[in-house]
Design a protein around this ligand. Structure first.
Ligand code: FAD
Ligand code: DHB
Length: 392
């Protein structure tokens, strides 16, 4: 079996890349280890930056997003019982974000791919990438219930296989630099059948820990609380979760979070990670396969979009002009944006979470930073520019 671009993984990175390549007239095959149901229902990201929204629209995948997504003009920061609005369009020259869940982005892209695109194999595990340095890199894979491996011969392979994927193992260890930070806390996330308690998202700093109030629709809330790393979800009853959210989001203006039945809950560890370089020969890495950010800045999915847009442009340039300049510069180009997002996510995380070994001095500094963020236009603008997204 042969193709131009072999894509490993049908998360947002792999699916969007297949769509962008189709629009550019370039053939691809997508191979995904999980089944369709799993990929479509894995609860994760919720916020799309302006650039991601524009990209989905431009490639014809924005129809349902524009009907069902919820545009947002800002967020609120809550600390010391007071809510402070940060209004994006006035600070950024009109930029805003969209609440449209990763599950829905994946559903839309899968439906389009199956209708209009090239092959997309579910329940097919990639075992390794061979000959990455050659002009014909190969993906070795095995379909569900098969007893033998198969080989897909490609001109290019893009590893969109997430943090636990196999693609980056094909890059020789001596060429790789990994940068990593693990945080001593995690996020306990819930989905609840209750209308969002506030029009805007609330990012709350409290001595008991961070809380984020988000949403999925006018009737479904998506909330997160900071918990210690390694927390077992069984330690938390639904009532205990709501009590904690209520305690951490108490305000002095009478506003209160609304409770409702929780229908899904899970704990996500928090980590920062960058793998350099993001390419080796004709193997390229995109999305979580190359970098992880803690979710506080809502950047992970948007970074994945940035990577695949960069790759799609580079390969189109090669097809149109014969020059592989942009392909050669892929890793450097992506990493500049990646490190900006790493910085932003790290700063947002430290600004809002409590740390077990935090000193009273550090606690005061955190409050000073929050004051600055909510009273100095330059600091507010910095937050708004970072949140709505770095240019693609
Ligand atoms: P993934 O979504 O991990 O997809 C990789 C795919 O590869 C998977 O489908 C996997 O099954 C497949 N795969 C792996 N190994 C193989 C193999 N050997 N063979 C074949 N297939 C393989 N980001 C935001 O931008 N905004 C947010 O608001 C946000 N909130 C988040 C909240 C939570 C709780 C979490 C956990 C994450 C959040 N993120 C957010 C991050 C975002 O979800 C990820 O960055 C995003 O999923 C990355 O997409 P990806 O396609 O690179 O990787
Ligand atoms: C959501 C997740 C985030 O990490 C974030 O910063 C904002 C919103 C969400 O899942 O809705």
């Amino acid at each position: 079996m042969k193709t131009t671009v072999g894509i490993i993984g049908a998360g947002p990175a792999g699916l969007l890349l297949a769509r962008l390549l189709l629009k550019a007239g370039i053939e691809s095959v997508v191979i995904e280890t999980k089944d369709r149901e799993y990929v479509e229902h894995r609860q994760r990201a919720g916020i799309l930056e302006q650039g991601s929204v524009d990209t989905l629209r431009e490639c014809g995948a924005g129809e349902r997003m524009d009907k069902e997504g919820i545009p947002h003009d800002g967020i609120e920061l809550l600390f010391d019982e007071v809510r402070y609005p940060i209004h994006f369009p006035s600070l950024t020259g009109g930029r805003r974000v969209m609440i449209y869940a990763q599950t829905e982005v994946c559903k839309d892209l899968i439906a389009l791919q199956l209708k209009e695109g090239g092959p997309l194999f579910f329940e097919t595990a990639v075992k390794e990438v061979r000959d990455a340095k050659s002009s014909k890199p190969k993906i070795v894979f095995r379909r569900k219930d098969a007893t033998e491996d198969e080989v897909l011969e490609c001109d290019y392979v893009v590893g969109c296989d997430g943090y636990w994927g196999v693609a980056r193992q094909a890059i020789p260890k001596e060429l790789v630099r990994e940068y990593e930070k693990n945080y001593p806390f995690a996020w306990l996330g819930i989905m609840a059948d209750v209308p969002p308690s506030n029009e805007e998202l609330i990012y709350a700093r409290h001595d008991r820990g961070f809380t984020l109030l988000s949403m999925r629709s006018p009737t479904v809330s998506r909330n997160y609380i900071q918990v210690p790393a390694g927390t077992d979800i069984k330690e938390w009853s639904d009532d205990a979760i709501w009590d904690e959210i209520e305690a951490r989001t108490k305000t002095n203006d009478g506003w209160k979070v609304q409770r409702g039945p929780i229908f899904q809950k899970s704990v996500t560890p928090m980590r920062s990670y960058v793998h350099e370089p993001m390419q080796y020969g004709n193997l390229f890495l995109a999305g979580d396969a190359a970098h992880i950010v803690p979710p506080t800045g809502a950047k992970g999915l948007n970074l994945a979009v940035g990577d695949v847009v960069t790759f799609a442009r580079a390969i189109k340039h090669k097809v149109d002009t014969g020059s592989d300049d942009l392909l050669q510069g892929y890793s450097d180009q992506c990493l500049r944006r990646v490190w900006q997002a790493e910085r932003f996510s790290y700063d947002m995380t430290n600004l809002l979470h409590t740390s077990p070994d935090e000193t009273p001095f550090e606690h005061k500094l955190q409050t000073a930073k929050l004051w600055r963020m909510t009273s100095q236009p330059s600091a507010e603008t910095d937050l708004a520019m970072g949140y709505t997204g770095f240019p693609l």
